[in-house]
Design a protein around this ligand. Sequence first.
Ligand SMILES: Nc1ncnc2c1ncn2[C@@H]1O[C@H](COP(=O)(O)OP(=O)(O)O)[C@@H](O)[C@H]1O
Ligand SMILES: [Mg+2]
Length: 417
Amino acid sequence: MTAAVDPEFDSFIVTAPNISSWLERRKDNPSRIELRGIWKQRWVMLRGRRLTYTKLQGDWDRDLEQGTVCDSGRIILTPEARIDPDDEGNAWGFKIVAKPGDEPWHFRASSEEEKRHWLTAIRNCVDISIWLQNYQIGAVLGGGAMGVVREWMNKKTQEKRAIKVIEIMKLKKPENAKTEIEILAHLSKNTTHPNLIKCHRVYEEVNKVFLIFDLCTGGELYERIVQERFSEKEASILIRKLSSATGELHRIGILHLDIKPENIIFQSPEDGGQPILTDFGLSQWWKSEEDTPMDAQECFGTPGFASPEMLSKGQYYPASDVFAIGAILYMLLVGFQPFRAKEAEEIIRRTVKGDYTMQGKDWDRISHDAKVLVQRMLEKNPRKRITIAEILEDPWIKACEKEDGTKAGKKNQLHDR
Ligand SMILES: Nc1ncnc2c1ncn2[C@@H]1O[C@H](COP(=O)(O)OP(=O)(O)O)[C@@H](O)[C@H]1O
Ligand SMILES: [Mg+2]
């Protein structure tokens, strides 16, 4: 079978076909000879790679549940699937073999157009599985609320990527996955910022979404904070890059809203490895303050990093991302969170009250300028909080920018302008 589309798809979002209609189906070898060669109307569905037929209009799973699967069937199309013309020469007929050695399934459409519609959908689906087959799934890289992220290698070129698999049905809010995909598509078209994750392609099946990212091999910022103490210079450089990436997001109309050490990963394990902001699972579109939903019921984000306005009123602004970066800066300087407590409720209460301290021996060795920036970023009132533009001009940030002579640092400086 020839591929209908290039296996290296051009489009960013590739959606597996989801079509259904009445087709006629013929059994090859029914046990009763008088039924041989008889065409019967069946409801045929192709959802992702799964092709089913049922006697009544509906889903194969329903038949299975109701115990009426005898007049229905299911096959999973494989990369070796074949589509051939009908043996009896029916112009609108075609036969499908899901994998080598399987019995063929014979179908007959009611028009040329309907036949073409079905063949295109089936070919697209097989092309996608051929493309997925070129890759080999590797080790688990991490997991969070949305799904598991694994290493993924192109068997032909040995090129490695990361793949995030989201199972839509398992999500509390499936609409978050939709927003994440739309935002990643927007990012891929509108920015090449070196500290924002690059997503290459999104492949959607009916219940699963596969997101293909650049592979980052340096681990999470979280692990680095736990393992080592950052110098002020290292902290300043990291906060500048993170603020620059966040500013770029805001410029193109996106609020991240879940900036935290687990969602910042390093491109490579080396010391100079670029920090990369990832995970747009809670991100939202941002136009202006007037558009912000004021839903007092809904608090969201991750306690410890989510801002007081998010936690108490469900409000979010660009300033909310600044607060989260402020909590990270605090952690980089002393190794623990500003609003720490065993229970999430207590963390939330402290955040909303602005109840944190910069006293004690951990803070004695920290410079005045660093402390001032922490305070300005953790300001309770979003309207009084320091802005991204001001952070990038802050004396403590500026002082270290000059010393960051790495290629990555220079690239960032260009972006900051
Ligand atoms: N491109 C990537 N390269 C390497 N590891 C990654 C990549 N993307 C995510 N991870 C790892 O997987 C974890 C979960 O990914 P994330 O996108 O944050 O999913 P979730 O929405 O489930 O939190 C991250 O915290 C990180 O450790
Ligand atoms: Mg995450």
